[in-house]
Write a protein that binds this ligand. Structure first.
Ligand SMILES: Cc1ncc(C[n+]2csc(CCOP(=O)(O)OP(=O)(O)O)c2C)c(N)n1
Ligand code: SF4
Ligand SMILES: [Mg+2]
Length: 281
C-alpha cells in the first residue's frame, strides 16, 4: 500500500500529537480533495472529543453515503458507514442499545434532506440523545456535482446546466419546526467555533443538530466557495442573544444565513430512552 505524505506542517503534527488527536483519528489520511471543507469538520470533531475527554471506545460515529459518508472511516472510534439517508435511524438504534456511548450521526445535505428526510423529524421530536452533524456543501459531492435539496435556486450544476429549477430547503428552519432541542450553525473554515458547538451539543441531553456550511472545492465553484464565504459570518454569541427564545431563533433561520453559533437551546425536555420518564417520578 502506498503511504501518503503528511499534508500537515510540522508544528501542526506536534500539536496533533501533543493533544492526543492521533489516538482518535484513523492511521490513513482522509481521502477528501485537498481544500475540502470536511477537513475542518474532522479537525473540530477530534478537538471537541479530546476536550470532552472522550475515550475511543466511548464514541460512535454513524454516516450515510457521500464524501461525508467517509467520516467514520477516518476515525479510530466505533463507526458505521451505512446506507444513503440511514445514518439517523442507525445512530438512534446504537444510542438506545448502548446509552453509555456518545453517538454522532453524520450526513451530507443530499443524504439528510433528500432520501433521509423522512427520518429527521422523528429523531428530533423524540429527542433521542445523539448529535447530528449536517455536512452541507449544497451539492451532491461524491456523485460529481448534481443539485441537492439545499442547492440554491437557479445555480448551475452538473444535473441542471441551465440552472437549478427547484427552491432549496432551509435546514435550520426545518429542524426548529421539528422541535429539535439544540440547533446550531457552524462553518468548516472556523474549526475553533465548531469545537465549542460540538462540545455544547454533546453536553445537551437530547437531539442536537449542527448545520455545518462546508465548501466543495471540486463541484461548487459558485455558492459555497472559500472566497465568497470568507469573512461573511458573525456569531450570535457576539450579540445580546437568548438561545432559549424560539421566535428569535426562527427569525435567524428565516433571514440570517450567515449567523453562526447556538441558535436555539431548550434544555428542559426529556431525552428519549424508550420509556415514559415522567411516570417514574
Ligand atoms: C439509495 C441510493 N441512491 C443514490 C445513491 C448515489 N449517491 C451516492 S452519494 C450521493 C450524493 C451524496 O450527496 P451528499 O449527501 O450531499 O454528500 P456529499 O458527497 O456532498 O458529502 C448519491 C446520490 C446511493 N448510494 N444510494
Ligand atoms: S468532491 Fe467535494 S465534498 Fe467530495 S471530497 Fe472533494 S471537495 Fe470534498
Ligand atoms: Mg453534499
Amino acid at each position: 500500500m502506498k503511504i501518503l505524505d503528511s499534508v500537515y506542517p510540522d508544528e501542526k503534527i506536534t500539536d496533533v500529537k501533543d493533544n492526543g488527536f492521533l489516538q482518535l483519528r484513523a492511521k490513513e489520511q482522509p481521502t477528501w480533495c485537498p481544500g475540502c471543507g470536511y477537513f475542518g469538520i474532522h479537525d473540530a470533531f477530534l478537538k471537541a472529543c479530546v476536550k470532552l475527554k472522550l475515550k475511543n471506545e466511548e464514541i460512535c460515529s454513524v454516516s450515510g453515503i457521500g464524501c461525508s459518508g467517509r467520516f467514520p472511516v477516518h476515525l479510530n472510534v466505533y463507526g458505521f458507514h451505512t446506507l444513503h439517508g440511514r445514518s439517523i435511524p442507525v445512530a438512534c438504534g446504537v444510542k438506545l442499545a448502548s446509552p453509555g456511548l456518545t453517538v454522532f450521526a453524520i450526513a451530507g445535505d443530499g443524504d439528510s434532506f433528500g432520501i433521509g428526510a423522512g427520518h429527521l423529524p422523528h429523531a428530533a421530536r423524540r429527542n433521542v440523545d445523539i448529535t447530528f452533524i449536517l455536512f452541507d456543501n449544497s451539492i451532491y459531492g461524491l456523485t460529481k456535482g448534481q443539485s441537492s435539496p439545499l442547492t440554491p435556486y437557479a445555480q448551475q450544476t452538473n444535473s441542471h446546466k441551465s440552472g437549478n429549477p427547484d427552491m432549496p430547503l432551509n435546514p435550520v428552519k426545518i429542524m426548529l419546526a421539528y422541535e429539535t432541542t439544540f440547533v446550531a450553525r457552524g462553518f468548516a473554515g472556523d474549526p475553533e467555533g465548531l469545537v465549542s458547538m460540538i462540545e455544547k451539543a454533546v453536553q445537551h441531553k437530547g437531539f442536537s443538530f449542527i448545520h455545518v456550511i462546508s465548501p466543495c472545492v471540486e463541484f461548487d465553484k459558485i455558492n459555497y466557495t472559500w472566497k465568497r464565504l470568507k469573512d461573511t459570518f458573525t456569531y450570535v454569541e457576539d450579540e445580546n442573544y437568548n438561545p432559549q427564545d424560539k421566535l428569535a431563533a426562527m427569525a435567524i433561520a428565516e433571514s440570517q444565513p450567515n449567523k453562526l453559533g447556538v441558535i436555539y437551546h431548550n434544555p428542559d425536555r426529556y431525552a428519549y430512552t424508550g420509556t415514559l420518564q415522567f411516570m417514574k417520578e
